[in-house]
Ligand binder design. Sequence first.
Ligand code: FES
Length: 121
Amino acid sequence: MPEIFVCNASDLGEGNVKVVAVDDREIGVIRHKGQCYAYLNRCPHQGGPACEGVRMPKVEAVLNEERQFFGHRFSDTEDHIVCPWHGYEFNLDTGNCIGDAALRLKRYDVVERQDSLYVVL
Ligand code: FES
């Protein structure tokens, strides 16, 4: 499968996003907590630049053993991308939309080789 050069790996610092144009589309490569993720930079809701939204932990409900609600907390294990246009949230690992199971960001593999990052089309 073809690979598209994104940038030098050392040029994509922690928390940064690099958007590359590939033919008629944009792909956003995100470095988050040391991992690289790549998604089509087009939100499946109405086409917003989803990769350029903030990333934040999932908000979880805190329940006791009787399943009574005690408040909210941030997840230690799941992070979301929040689309900047209308706030739809997507699981950073899968691209699945949190609020609508029918929506998902298109995901691409990222390869890091010899201080270069590539997206696999
Ligand atoms: S376009 Fe992304 S939430 Fe609407």
